[in-house]
Write a new protein. Structure first.
Length: 460
């Protein structure tokens, strides 16, 4: 039987980013069939995936998770939490599971829990690579067995099928490793008979919470109702409003193509979507389509350690220096490299470390792509960034850089110049290990469940 409608409450765009408790309560009053919330992203960069840490603090995650869990248990509806702990690897899932069980104990809750893992075994990936089942996306870095070995971890981005399998096996709460943001919300409506185009487009709008409103004050909850030929979406804070433009523009968010959004099981086609205002706060979307994939694929994400990094932050305000900033830094950087060679000799070459000088107030954001070439500011911020194989070497290079730039002369000064005002003492800040993404590929699994083992447990 096809459901007349499926009502969905998105707790927030990310578990840990927050939402108004009043908004969640307002959404519960609309009798949702389930609550969903994404727990992560690649937005924070490769560090969480590589390090195993979370982008949000434990207290932030626990606050959001507690409110959603209590609401779901009270209403006896499923709670689906995707991409646990930012990146969805083993340490992230373990941290989120620990928080979930802690809340259950504190609140005296009892429920059936499914934990779906997404970090991939390296021997399994090597086997798939030899079988030709791993294919590059565009652009993609070099991928081979060495890439797999160098990665701190590689996760697969699950589709909707593992969520549904867990629910079919009795789970009331589903906590997953890395998952498609949209898959959290699309699976149940499609299973209940909502057309895939409608369900997946609604999921795309829901997955970022209230980001699709006209002017978002803060992260918040969002509500959608899916029916046979459309979905309606509305914010739960009465001061917020969705408009056709705000909802349509969110379809562009994080996508290279505004009309075609690729998922494991197919592609959303939004080229014929129609957006219309039902009132001053609610928007109806219709005519969205979904093209089933000819080959099911799972996106892989991996991060490898680059080295260790130390930075120095300082400001330059001297007008004489600012008039010749580029040449001053060019000479200073050359002198830094000379000093490094003096200290380390042949034991460290230019290929063994990286030195970057970022200029905020000139081109710190866009670098060489900055179209405004002329410096118009009365001051700039410099970040001297040293990356090397050990923290000791990175710090040594950063302190060399600080001293050289601090006293780099200009023709207008005849005595010792001090041209850099450092923000902190000590001036250098050790950032620890740094990582980079090293995988942008898809894997063709034997079935949607092959890469995602499910752990079941009764919480009581």
């Amino acid at each position: 039987m096809v459901a007349a409608e499926v009502r969905i409450l998105a707790g927030s765009g990310v578990c840990g980013a927050g939402f108004r408790a009043e908004s969640l309560e307002e959404g519960i009053g609309k009798k949702p069939h389930f609550i969903g919330c994404d727990g992560g992203s690649t937005d924070p960069g490769p560090y969480p995936l590589g390090s195993g840490e979370t982008a949000f603090g434990r207290s932030s995650i626990k606050r959001d998770m507690r409110l959603m869990l209590l609401a779901a248990q009270k209403e006896k509806i499923p709670l689906l939490l995707g991409t646990a702990g930012t990146s969805g690897g083993h340490p992230h899932v373990a941290a989120a599971k620990e928080i979930l069980l802690e809340i259950a104990e504190e609140e005296g809750l009892k429920f059936s829990l499914a934990v779906i893992h997404a970090e991939q075994d390296k021997n399994f990936l090597k086997k798939c690579f030899k079988q030709g089942r791993i294919k590059p996306l565009d652009p993609a870095p070099m991928f081979d067995e060495e890439t797999i070995d160098k990665a701190e971890r590689i996760v697969g981005m699950m589709g909707e099928e593992p969520f549904l399998k867990a629910l079919d096996n009795g789970a009331e709460v589903v906590l997953t490793g890395r998952s498609s943001d949209c898959a959290i919300y699309a699976g149940i409506p499609v299973r209940e008979g909502i057309p895939a185009g409608i369900a997946w487009h609604a999921a795309k709008i829901l997955e970022c919470g209230a980001a699709s409103v006209e002017q978002r004050k803060t992260a918040d909850s969002l509500f959608a109702t899916c029916r046979g030929d459309h979905f309606d979406v509305e914010p739960l804070d009465q001061d917020l409003r969705c408009t056709p433009q705000s909802v349509a523009s969110h379809s562009l968010y994080e996508n290279a193509d505004p009309f075609r959004l690729v998922e494991s099981s197919g592609t959303m086609d939004l080229s014929t979507s129609v957006y219309e205002a039902l009132n001053d706060r609610c928007v109806r979307v219709s005519k969205s389509r979904f093209e089933p994939a000819t080959k099911y694929t799972v996106k892989l994400e991996g991060a490898e350690k680059v080295g260790y990094q130390t930075i120095v932050i300082g400001g330059v305000r001297d007008p004489y220096i600012l008039r010749q900033l580029d040449s001053w830094l060019e000479t200073g950087e050359a002198n830094i490299h000379m000093r490094i060679a003096d200290i380390y000799g042949d034991t460290i070459t230019r290929n063994d470390y990286a030195l970057n000088i970022r200029i905020y107030g000139k081109n710190g954001v866009m670098g060489p792509l900055e179209p405004q070439k002329e410096l118009t500011s009365h001051e700039v911020c410099l970040i001297l960034e040293a990356t090397a194989s050990t923290q000791e070497i990175a710090t040594s290079i950063a302190t060399i850089a600080r001293h050289k730039i601090l006293h780099e002369p200009i023709p207008e000064w005849s005595g010792l110049i001090t041209g850099l005002a450092c923000t902190y003492s000590p001036a250098h800040i050790e950032r620890g290990a740094v990582y980079r993404f090293n995988v942008n590929h898809v894997l063709e699994p034997m079935d949607p469940y092959e890469m995602f083992p499910i752990e079941y447990m009764n919480v009581n």
